[in-house]
Unconditional design. Structure first.
Length: 552
């Protein structure tokens, strides 16, 4: 669309040059330009001009000379001034800037003759002089106001037959003004069409237009990306069959409740939330606005539907709701336990032996630690969102770090078998020791938490190119592909009955991903339902891997 409009604009410009050139020739001129005050047609543009037989490099000097001289007014519509020879020398006007008219080879053109005269005059022995020229300026206006000014150059002393007849000259000016007004309006409309085409083409919101029978006549690229349909596949089709709109509850809207029909009925629709169906059958929430374009007689002619995908907004709203729900639950549980034990210990009518007292105090301590970890994770997540995650990168030997973390977990959970598989001569990595230790602890904690049947966890390392890969494998319940896609997002937990009662706010893997990515590494999961999971992350080596030497 934009290419065809650009070509149309070029065609209009060419027609405008022909119109100006014809007018200049009728007036006895040989070159010139038309200057229009563009505020009459396009307020965002400065003055424009259209030149005839004058190169762009000469226009600025010529316009400066015209501005310093006399200009025509409605009371004095025609002005003639002699061009100073210094200006001709400065511009080298007729030798370089005015193109010759096509002439038979046997008869040199006037421009060629003048160029020859100039060359002869540069010879000290030549007595020939450059012919004098004058600048003529003609104001053009109509009932709507000023159209512009036509400035043209002609040999001094010459005139056209139109100048000798005041009535014919006035009629010529009126007809030329009307023609220029029409041509400039056409150019202005094409520019406006180009702007609208650019908005339609590059808008991030989907836009489709329909005719009075609700058949699709335009379908922009954003709409293609949104629905999966190509414009060529939907043009001429009933828009309702393409989008298959439904209300927020998933019920069919029906044609009578469709946004475009309401716009045709004189009820513009603004930011109405509905569901539409993509080509592959996927439904998603969108916000639509519909309006109607009427003909000059007030009849509905076209409908315009603007579609904005609000899936991301809905996900954010769900995340906020999930955050409130999860945090409320995670805070409420330890607080209730702490309060219960504290109230019990504070009773004056009860006595406790040493072991019972110790068990209750340990429970209070564990729940306080749980609260502290939850609040710490929340603060951690806030720093990540604010871009305030600070790393102290240094060479790090992973083997003692992994062995130390495994010993602590083994001592805490002796019923879990944790195997360590490390290759000899494991290379150093560039990493923050405390942050990587935190990632490893989180992955081990998850592996133990979600492996109720076979309590065997494996920690392994491998070297691949310039990276060291650390993996934590379990033999637990596994993770579905759908859950794997969102596992590293905030407040996301596995949707499985066996995990519903387990504590956690869904921030651990989100924090792990942020830490690993801050190191320039990757973190991912490989899993299948009922077959266990392997969480892996990569860290950059301190020293790059040596390429093998090839001897030819």
């Amino acid at each position: 669309m934009s290419r065809s409009l650009t070509q149309h604009f070029k065609d209009l410009h060419g027609q405008l040059v022909i119109l100006i050139g014809s007018a200049i020739r009728l007036l006895g001129g040989e070159a010139g330009l038309f200057v229009v005050a563009n505020e009459a047609f396009d307020p965002q543009s400065s003055e424009e001009y259209t030149a005839y037989q004058i190169n762009e490099t000469a226009v600025a000097s010529l316009l400066a000379h015209i501005q310093r001289g006399s200009l025509p007014t409605p009371a004095r519509p025609f002005v003639v001034e002699r061009l100073p020879s210094s200006l001709l020398d400065e511009l080298d006007l007729f030798a370089d800037f005015i193109g010759p008219d096509p002439q038979p080879e046997s008869a040199p053109s006037q421009a060629q003759a003048r160029s020859s005269q100039k060359r002869d005059s540069s010879d000290p022995g030549s007595s020939r002089q450059i012919q004098a020229y004058e600048r003529c300026s003609l104001i053009l206006h109509d009932q709507s106001g000023l159209v512009g000014m036509l400035h043209y150059l002609r040999p001094a002393g010459s005139s056209s037959c139109l100048e000798n007849d005041a009535i014919r000259f006035a009629l010529f000016r009126a007809q030329l003004a009307a023609s220029m007004r029409f041509a400039l309006k056409a150019q202005s409309l094409v520019r406006e069409q180009e702007r609208l085409a650019a908005i339609f083409q590059y808008s991030t919101d989907g836009i489709l237009t329909v005719d009075h029978a609700f058949r699709i006549i335009d379908f922009n690229p954003a709409m293609e990306r949104l629905t999966g349909w190509r414009e060529s596949e939907v043009l001429g089709r009933f828009y309702y069959d393409v989008l298959r709109p439904k209300d927020r509850q998933g019920n069919d809207l029906g044609l009578e409740n469709s946004p475009i029909l309401q716009a045709f009925a004189g009820k513009p629709v603004v930011n109405r939330e509905i569901q539409i169906t993509a080509r592959d059958g996927q439904r998603f929430s969108v916000s639509v606005s519909a309006s109607c374009v009427h003909s000059a007689r007030g009849e509905p002619m076209n409908g315009i539907l603007t579609v904005r995908d609000i899936t991301r907004e809905r996900e954010q709203e769900e995340q906020r709701s999930m955050f409130i729900s999860v945090i409320s639950h995670e805070l409420q549980t330890p607080i209730a336990i702490i309060k219960g034990y504290a109230s019990t210990l504070a009773r004056t009518d009860a006595t406790f032996d040493r072991e019972a007292l110790r068990a209750r105090l340990l429970a209070i301590e564990e729940e306080a630690d749980r609260l502290n970890k939850l609040v710490g994770n929340l603060l951690y997540a806030s720093r990540i969102e604010a871009g305030g995650l600070h790393m102290e990168i240094a060479p790090l030997d992973l083997e003692p770090l992994i062995q130390g973390v495994v010993r602590r977990f083994q001592a805490r959970s002796p019923d879990v078998d944790i195997k360590v598989q490390l290759p000899p001569n494991l290379p150093l990595v560039m990493a923050d020791r405390d942050r990587i230790e935190e990632v490893l602890e989180n992955l081990l904690d998850n592996a133990m938490k979600y492996s109720p049947r076979q309590r065997t966890v494996t920690v392994s390392c491998s070297t691949v190119g310039d990276e060291v890969i650390v993996s934590v494998s379990d033999q637990g319940m596994g993770i579905s592909l759908r859950d794997q896609e969102r596992l590293f997002q905030r407040f996301q937990r596995l949707n499985h009955p066996s995990t519903s009662g387990r504590p956690g706010a869904g921030l651990g893997l989100y924090i792990c991903r942020a830490i690993i990515e801050a190191h320039g590494g990757r973190i991912w999961v490989e899993s299948a339902l009922h077959q266990g999971s392997t969480f892996s992350f990569s860290l950059p080596r301190k020293e790059k891997a040596q390429l093998p030497m090839v001897v030819f």
